[in-house]
Design a protein around this ligand. Structure first.
Ligand code: TYD
Length: 204
């Protein structure tokens, strides 16, 4: 576990990326050096993986595609930054994998954990900030937006399972390692709460 490594998680339309970007802006305005990255993506290889994710992949093929992106962003971006002493904020990480591929797709969660451990060398975030939202609301917020990855087009039932997955992960998370925020609140309020949680985790 690395306490300078912070992950933002949430379902479709939870506002996760907007909130993470606003928190990063605030930290930088305070003079803190922060690397902001995202999954799948954040590297040239990760962006290539996004291309694969347009295809109708078998569940384990999809899982391994996400692991290619994760192994690369850990090796190329996240570990080097943490080793320099820089804080890293990443949109999505292992919890997305367990919630979407495990609870959503129905793959065995313990096998996914093992595969993820191999891909990341066991790197875990010090804090996960989870933006919780009823998927019916989240999907309605996203209606009309171009969806870049097929998985975002899954059924409401799929996204309900993903949410239950996140809530199970939250229940099993070590104390202090997971903060859940109500993403139905205004963006301003969520940004405020997320900033306080992240600042506390970074000792700022
Ligand atoms: P993306 O277009 O990057 O948007 P956002 O993160 O804002 O939702 O979509 C990424 C999609 O990939 C999203 O539907 C969640 C899914 N995903 C997985 O299924 N497993 C994973 O391990 C990761 C990182 C993402």
């Amino acid at each position: 576990m690395n306490e300078r490594f912070i992950v933002f998680e949430g379902g479709e339309g939870s506002g996760k990326s907007t909130v993470a970007a606003a928190v990063v802006d605030r930290l930088r305005a305070d003079g803190l050096d922060v690397v902001h990255t995202r999954e799948p993506g954040g590297t040239t290889a990760g962006e290539a993986v996004r291309g694969l994710l347009h295809l109708q992949l078998a569940p384990w093929a999809e899982a391994f595609a996400f692991l290619v992106a994760r192994a690369q962003v850990v090796a190329e971006v996240i570990r080097p930054a943490l080793e320099r002493g820089t804080a890293v904020i990443c949109d999505r990480y292992e919890a997305s994998f367990l919630a979407y591929q495990g609870y959503g797709r129905g793959l065995d969660v313990d096998s996914l954990r093992t595969a993820n451990e191999i891909a990341t060398g066991g790197l875990r975030p010090g804090l996960t900030v989870f933006l919780d939202l009823d998927p019916a609301v989240g999907l309605a917020r996203k209606r009309g937006e171009a969806e870049s990855i097929r998985i975002g087009l899954e059924t409401l039932e799929f996204h309900n399972r993903v949410r239950q997955g996140y809530l199970s992960l939250m229940a099993g998370a070590p104390p202090g390692s997971w903060v859940t925020l109500d993403a139905a609140e205004s963006v301003g309020k969520v940004v405020e709460a997320a900033s306080s949680a992240v600042r506390a985790a970074l000792g700022r």
